[in-house]
Design a protein around this ligand. Structure first.
Ligand code: RI2
Length: 323
């Protein structure tokens, strides 16, 4: 049985009360820690089964941000590490891995800020899209260094995450202008750099991020404006190394329009799109700045990928293709 508390966290992720790839990952790790504490399992075996249920529930919430499965994999590795140990050791290992993930994740966002800020110049006008903690970390770190920067933020419809970014930037004292999503090309010549986050980065360097990111990248490319992606290493998708495709989440049409007034209207509401590596200048990770084409090596160095096992897993997989 999964507890009410865990169900609530899963529901909050699904409804986007908890949102943003990094926050989702930390919430999932926290949920696993809570489930560990709450567990009434009497044997290591029962405990493992309970944790499997929790993982499955969390994995079902949102399909695109790879930070979620990566966080769960990281914490679950505790079960493997403690294999054969007593129940107490197993629980302790799992809890400490969850805490470790959360701590590392927060530190990674800070490190991305410090590293990325080096690429921001005094007087820069920066355009950002949606609400990415990693991207804002760079902008805020540059501002703290005394660089006189200005930010243009999109609205990021239909969920309006641009308002969260605007609030955060203004709180930090950074001059901020909001524009509608479709005004990006109109303003791109006023922009020096685009800085956005990522939900999933494929082995070929393609960046999956909030819907509209790829159109911004195109406009930036046309205007010779740098397109910078800020992403912790757990935003890189190990499954893409063996050909798995990133599923693009399609959300409820209700986010866009009340269908009762338009009974015959078909509405599509993809939450993310794919920016090919060619349009990305570089990716700022907590381990340093990399060109998008280095995603392949980063994934190989970071994750343990056993091609045969994974390929077997994916036979018959009906995931919608994206990358
Ligand atoms: P951080 C968000 O997804 C946005 O696409 C954002 O760019 C990305 O997660 C990364 O955010 P959503 O949850 O992890 O709003 O950098 O759909 O905060």
């Amino acid at each position: 049985m999964v507890s009410v508390k865990i169900e609530k966290i899963a529901q909050d992720i699904k409804t986007m009360k908890i949102r943003g790839a990094g926050r989702i990952a930390r919430a999932a790790a926290k949920a696993m820690e809570i489930a560990t504490k709450e567990s009434k399992a009497k044997t290591p075996d029962d405990f493992s089964k309970e944790m499997e249920k929790v993982s499955k529930l969390l994995l079902k919430t949102r399909p695109t941000a790879v930070s979620l499965p990566n966080a769960i994999r990281y914490v679950s590795l505790g079960l493997k590490q403690a294999h054969g140990a007593d129940l107490w050791t197993m629980k302790k290992t799992l809890s400490s891995r969850a805490e470790e993930f959360i701590k590392n994740s927060k530190e990674a966002v800070k490190a991305i800020g410090a590293i990325g800020a080096n690429r921001i110049s005094d007087g820069d006008v920066i355009l950002t899209h949606c609400n990415s903690q990693a991207a804002l970390s760079i902008i805020k770190a540059a501002f703290k260094q005394g660089k006189r920067i200005e930010v243009i933020t999109t609205e990021s419809r239909p969920v309006w995450q641009g308002r969260l970014s605007a609030r955060d930037l203004l709180k930090a004292g950074i001059p901020t202008t909001m524009i509608i999503d479709s005004a990006v090309r109109h303003f791109i010549r006023d922009v020096d750099k685009v800085v956005v986050g990522a939900d999933s980065i494929a082995a070929n360097g393609a960046v999956v991020n909030k819907i509209g990111s790829s159109a911004i990248a195109l406009a930036a490319w046309e205007a010779r404006v740098l397109f910078i992606v800020a992403a912790e290493t757990y935003k890189f998708n190990p499954d893409t190394l063996v050909g798995k495709l990133v599923k693009i989440e399609e959300r409820d049409p209700k986010e866009i329009i009340n269908l009762k007034s338009y009974p015959k209207l078909k509405v599509r509401n993809p939450a993310f799109d794919v920016t090919p590596a060619e349009y990305v200048d570089f990716i700022v990770t907590e381990r340093g700045i990399i060109p998008p084409f280095a995603a392949y090596s980063l994934i190989k160095d970071t994750f343990e990928v056993k091609p045969d096992e994974r390929i077997k897993d994916h036979i018959g997989d009906k995931l919608k293709l994206a990358v």
